[in-house]
Ligand binder design. Structure first.
Ligand code: PLP
Length: 285
């Protein structure tokens, strides 16, 4: 495997950053994950638009020009022969003597890009079965709309899910409504077939897959409502699912040990998953 680190393509096993990288010391950085499907990077424009926003919110400069980053992403996918999988990129505020203040002007932001393969067959089997989620109290900071590498609450929630025999944990607001998963957005389908997902203005990450699923829904003539929903509403919903670049559309069949509907993936969810590839933007690697 090959990784890109600050201007160089290097064997993945040797890829490393300095001990005083601010990402390492302060989680002072942002990232993106794009799905690679059938040799295409999916929704690259939306992912890089969100990267631009994350960088601006944290006042980190682009490490290289956007066009150059697009080239590097395609090159890393190509050099790793990834037909299906993920491309990961991370930008930190760079390397500087440890001090909370921003480093001196001119400090170069650090850029890492990696790619890995994954099996569409394994993902398809998982989607045919559906996944279980648990719920955990929201305990993250207010700016989860920024895609930072500071993910400790997400790590702890996800591990708790695994130990409970589930794959994802939903963060629950103080009013009992579902915010989002540790690395996914949360959705339900109501009895009349309407898709419901939380508004992305505050308190959740504006998922790229979430945006594209809205496009898919429009294409399929499905109604989408952006509103909060409670855990109880989700448990009683016709269908539930999660979205992320890593999982695309994944049916949820169990919430805190209670089956959603008959405990099998719903037909609306599966049709969204199926139509996703056709609707998403495709950038050949
Ligand atoms: N919510 C959180 C907290 C995430 O970390 C992610 C993805 O990593 C998502 C939602 C889904 O976003 P996307 O569809 O852009 O992958």
């Amino acid at each position: 495997r090959i990784a890109y680190v600050n201007g160089r393509y290097t064997p993945h096993a040797d890829a490393s950053v300095h001990v005083e990288d601010r990402g390492y010391q302060f989680a002072d950085g942002v990232y993106e994950v794009c799905e690679v499907a059938r040799g295409n990077i999916m929704d690259m424009t939306r992912h890089l638009d969100r990267l631009d926003r994350s960088l601006r919110e944290l006042r980190i400069e682009w490490p290289i020009a956007r066009r150059a980053l697009e080239f590097v992403m395609r090159e890393v996918v190509r050099r790793n022969h990834v037909e299906n999988g993920l491309v990961y990129l991370q930008v930190t505020r760079g390397v500087a003597p440890r001090d909370h203040y921003f480093p001196a002007a001119g400090t170069q932001p650090a850029l890492v890009v990696t790619a890995k393969r994954s099996s569409p067959a394994v993902a398809a089997r998982r989607a045919a079965e559906g996944v279980k989620v648990i719920t955990v109290p929201e305990n993250r900071w207010e700016r989860v709309d920024i895609k930072t590498v500071g993910l400790l609450p997400n790590v702890l929630a996800r591990q708790k899910a695994r130990e409970a025999g589930a794959v994802e944990a939903w963060f629950i607001d103080t009013d009992g409504t579902v915010k989002e998963g540790a690395s996914t957005n949360a959705w339900i389908v109501t009895a009349d077939g309407t898709l419901v997902t939380r508004p992305a203005e505050f308190g959740i990450l504006r998922g790229i897959t979430r945006a594209t699923v809205m496009d898919v829904a429009k294409k399929l003539g499905l109604k989408v409502e952006e509103r909060s929903f409670s855990v109880d509403e989700a448990k009683g919903a016709k269908e539930a699912f999660i979205t992320a670049a890593t999982t695309v559309v994944m049916p949820v069949v169990d919430i805190d040990g209670a089956s959603v509907a008959n405990g099998h993936p719903g037909s609306v969810t599966l049709s969204l998953r199926e139509a996703f590839f056709d609707i998403a933007e495709k950038t050949p690697a």
